[in-house]
Ligand binder design. Structure first.
Ligand code: ADP
Ligand code: MG
Length: 912
């Protein structure tokens, strides 16, 4: 093992109670701290349990062992809170047994039961795995209940052997991966929620920078908090005023009569960091920073202060937050009106969008559970809010309008879990991902625009709409109506034939299934409706229908198992003179909530969407435009489909994947190229070998003689007579377009001549050539990995070759791929028929294609530094697949386990 594999610097993470601690490797400068932890911060009994006796020298020895100069056999991590070492976890291998490490843990007595040991262990497990350790072993005293609980709750299998009052514990680190991740997820969620309580359920709030100037941001927020009837304590801080808008003001956070949970900062940019520092010192647990325009320096300081004092941070540049729970009633925002209490969780990045969204929800009568304007999102992100709503017992619908979601991998994982409980709606305005990089690579440049991001959102379980209007339309339906079945066969009913046809067209446009009504249903409807009615789908009741007849028709349709959703289009007619004749009565007097969802289309309605209130108090969404109604139904159908899918296991790593070797390669490349870059052909071959990817033999040679020899040796190896020569220079893009690929070279003379042509054409740019055997012809596919800034790593499959951009036929999935993804990706291509054997051609070896996808999925998940990877072409044949052209680009990112619990560091730009 090597100490270089430690996290390179400290990371911050949350304890079970929401406190922030920082974790870093222990080193020579920590001697006093380690000694202090063992000698002063642990009782005699704790020391007995830790050291199996009361040796006076034990703390001294521990300090020497843990804080000596770096030793390759020792991994030691410390947890620090407020500058003090509160716990350590270490593991040490003995010579000759590099795969098993002896584990030791120590936690300061006053920090017990807060999850310090567990958090340290999670980080140590990660570091140990990275260093090729497969087991932790520990001797423990049988009465050391605390440590036994830590082991059993960790989520890894634990084997114990009892020997006379001692227990020998074995923890295999490679087993039960998904179970362990779930345990870590669950701890992460509850720690996150605990840390957010000060923000979203504060018992006391202070507004710092509340000014005497009426209309100022600080004063508005102060007044709003008071007017909304905040149930806790409220204090104003202003060094220059004794009173603000009738509220007593205090000169600083430390002079307040109590410790506020939450501080709202409305001070000038240069004062933000110092105000935050004062809040931290006074014991504040969360900040909402309304101030905008912080420079990079002020931003860094603010983050630093928040982490050091264990404060969660919303903003800066936030519009504020609102919590409608009657037990709290906090309206700490300066945008709009205090939202109605309800069940929609709303988080937005842009304040303007937030106000618009809240207004539309209020207008619809959809209440809000909590609202957070995330602003510049230094700390609290959409991901935090999803976890809060998942646990707050009030939220059943999440509306997110954000440009990115913090740590993309963690986000995809959280989203997949949360959407099993309730819908997450977001707007995908089709922004081009930041990772896209012009002509840098076939895959990265070409894939993202064509791959519909909607597919990816859907895979994460998220309902992605194209506009705020569509978001609100969909929220209205999901909020008020049951989900359809996955089939979602729609029956359209109208009292004006033309409108019914418009609605039927809208259903077709959005891909909704239009059912043909079964004959018994047709007969039943004929008996119910006026004689001139058309009882096929769309059902035209004609304007002569009475509300009673229409109600009976709707009841019959919603009882029929053939129908999964109803679209009811009504226009007022000349016949509706009296209110009781209005066909709308059929909806308003009937049940709002049926077995199947119902959406109304009222063409004469003056707003695009409303929620009609029925006699039973329930609601029916009604739209002016049938397209809007159909789109909302299609979103509901997509959600139903996703929920109906049985969970599919992650695709297992095929044999021959060696992530540890790949990590070493990545690390040494990035040490030599700190800015990252493209791997040269030789390193590309090595990386492919680490994951058993089928790359054709590629011999790299710098000169003519080497080229001829390489070609001869390929022939001697029994390959086909012909070879391929590819000119190489760093940074090249499309080789064949530049004339740098020559295939089918059969003789030494041709090889020599081609080499000379290359040197003539490319001159000093040329650094060498790659010699490959000529591969047997087959179907040219593209496979690859690309990083998306919202979703994290994606695996791609498409039709490849030099015409891949023109063909523009690709499927993408979030990594890690599931077994189902492996099955559906090839089938999803427009040209999938080419794979299964087209016009007499034999089918390609699909299992081999899927094997490559599974390997790419693991490669992408194991190596966050892999910015893009491109196999084009991957030549697929009935007897297997072979890649003849590969490119990979690495970026310097810390090799953190994406699932490792830690707080974000936006300033270091390591995630977004
Ligand atoms: P680039 O994609 O940079 O233009 P490639 O190495 O992919 O360069 O070569 C272009 C095309 O040449 C491939 O799509 C493939 O059709 C063909 N080709 C390249 N290498 C081989 C090979 N070893 N065997 C057979 N055909 C090859
Ligand atoms: Mg190529």
């Amino acid at each position: 093992m090597s100490t270089a594999q430690h996290p390179p610097r400290s990371v911050e993470a949350l304890l079970a109670d929401g406190t922030t601690v920082s974790i870093r490797p222990l080193g020579p400068s920590d001697h006093a701290a380690v000694l202090g932890l063992h000698a002063e911060r642990m009782s005699d009994d704790s020391r007995r349990l830790r050291f199996f006796g009361a040796s006076r020298r034990a703390p001294q020895l521990a300090a020497e062992r843990l804080s000596g100069p770096p030793r390759p056999e020792l991994l030691a991590l410390g947890a620090w809170a407020g500058g003090e070492l509160v716990g350590e976890a270490d593991c040490e291998t003995v010579p000759g047994h590099p795969e098993a490490a002896e584990l030791a843990l120590a936690v300061a007595d006053d920090w017990h039961h807060r999850g310090v040991a567990t958090l340290l262990l999670e980080h140590l497990v990660h570091a140990a795995r990275q260093n090729g350790i497969h087991t932790f072993e520990a001797d423990t005293l049988a009465d050391n209940r605390a440590v036994h609980r830590v082991f059993s709750d960790l989520g890894l299998p634990v084997r114990r052997r009892f020997e006379q009052g001692e227990v020998r514990v074995h923890v295999p680190l490679d087993e039960a991966d998904e179970h362990y991740r779930e345990a870590v997820d669950e701890r992460g969620r509850s720690a996150d929620v605990a840390s957010l309580a000060a923000l979203l359920r504060p018992a006391s709030v202070t507004v710092v920078g509340a000014s005497r100037r009426p209309g100022s941001v600080g004063q508005s927020v102060l007044l709003k908090i008071r007017q909304a009837g905040f149930t806790g304590e409220l204090w104003a801080v202003n060094p220059y005023a004794a009173e603000i808008a009738g509220e007593r003001a205090y000169p600083s956070p430390s002079t307040l009569p109590g410790t506020p949970d939450l501080a709202v900062l409305a001070v000038p940019p240069i004062a933000v960091a110092s105000a935050a520092e004062e809040c931290g010192r006074a014991g504040v647990r969360a900040l909402v920073v309304l101030t905008s325009g912080l420079d990079a320096d002020a931003a860094r300081q603010l983050m630093h202060v928040c982490r050091r004092h264990s404060m969660r941070l919303v903003g800066p540049n936030s519009l504020g937050i609102a919590q409608t729970d009657p037990a709290i009633r906090l309206d700490a925002e300066f945008g709009g009106a205090f939202p109605l209490p309800g069940t929609a969780g709303v988080a937005v990045q842009s304040g303007g969008v937030g106000i618009a969204l809240l207004e539309r929800l209020a207008w619809l009568g959809i209440g809000v559970s909590s609202f957070v304007s995330l602003g510049d999102k230094y700390d609290v992100s959409g991901n935090d809010l999803l976890q809060w709503w998942e646990s707050d017992g009030r939220t059943d619908l999440a509306l997110l309008h954000v440009e990115s979601f913090g740590n993309p991998r963690a986000f995809s994982r959280t989203a997949r879990r949360v959407t099993r409980r309730f819908p997450i709606l977001t707007v995908d305005a089709g922004r081009s991902p930041a990772g896209r990089r012009g002509a840098a690579s076939h895959t990265a440049a070409a894939a993202t625009p064509t791959v519909t991001r909607e597919t990816l959102f859907r895979q994460a379980g998220i309902t992605a709409t194209r506009s705020i209007a569509e978001l609100v339309d969909t929220a209205a339906l999901l909020h008020s109506q049951p989900l359809p079945s996955a089939r979602c066969a729609v029956a359209v009913v109208s009292n004006a034939g033309g409108v019914g046809i418009l609605a039927a067209d809208a259903c077709a446009d959005t891909g909704l299934t239009q059912l043909e009504l079964p004959s018994d249903l047709v007969t039943e409807l004929r008996d119910l409706l006026p004689g001139s009615a058309s009882t096929a789908n769309p059902v035209d009741t004609t304007a002569a229908v009475t509300p009673g007849q229409l109600a009976a028709c709707l009841d019959t349709l919603s009882r029929s198992r053939a129908v999964d959703a109803l679209l009811v289009c009504l226009v007022p007619t000349a016949l509706t003179t009296a209110a009781q004749d209005d066909p709308l009565r059929a909806l308003l007097d009937g049940p709002a909530h049926r077995r199947i969802p119902l959406a109304a289309v009222l063409l004469s309605q003056e707003v695009p969407v409303r929620l009609l209130t029925c006699a039973d108090g329930g609601h029916i969404p009604s739209y002016t435009d049938p397209q809007d109604a159909a789109r909302a139904l299609a979103h509901a159908r997509d959600r139903a489909r996703r929920l109906a899918e049985p969970p599919s296991p992650e695709a297992a790593a095929p044999p021959g994947c060696d992530p540890a070797a790949a990590r070493r390669l990545v690390e040494s490349f990035l040490t030599a190229n700190p800015g990252g870059g493209w791997l040269d052909p030789a390193l590309t071959v090595e990386l492919f070998d680490c994951y058993g990817l089928p790359l054709t033999i590629s011999i790299w040679t710098p000169d003519e003689h080497g080229t001829v020899v390489a070609a001869q040796s390929l022939r001697q190896l029994g390959h086909r007579r012909e070879v391929v020569l590819k000119a190489y220079w760093p940074g090249q893009v499309h080789k064949s377009a530049a004339g740098a690929v020559r295939t089918g070279l059969a003789t030494d003379t041709q090889v020599r001549q081609t080499f000379r042509e290359f040197t003539e054409r490319f001159g000093s740019r040329l650094t060498g050539v790659v010699v490959q055997p000529m591969a047997a012809p087959g179907l040219e596919l593209l496979a690859g990995v690309v990083q998306d800034r919202v979703f994290g790593p994606l695996v791609l499959l498409g039709l490849g070759g030099t015409a891949t951009e023109v063909l523009d036929d690709r499927a993408a999935r979030l990594a890690p791929l599931t077994e189902r993804d492996l099955a559906t990706m090839p089938a999803e291509l427009r040209g999938s028929a080419l794979l299964s054997g087209h016009q007499g051609a034999p089918a390609v070896d699909l299992a081999a294609v899927q094997d490559v996808l599974a390997r790419l999925s693991h490669l992408a998940t194991d190596l966050p530094q892999l910015a893009e990877l491109d196999l084009n072409p991957l030549i697929a044949r009935p007897d297997g697949v072979l890649c003849v052209d590969a490119r990979a680009r690495l970026e310097p990112r810390p090799s953190f386990d994406p699932y490792l619990r830690r707080l974000r560091r936006p300033a270091a730009a390591e995630e977004d």
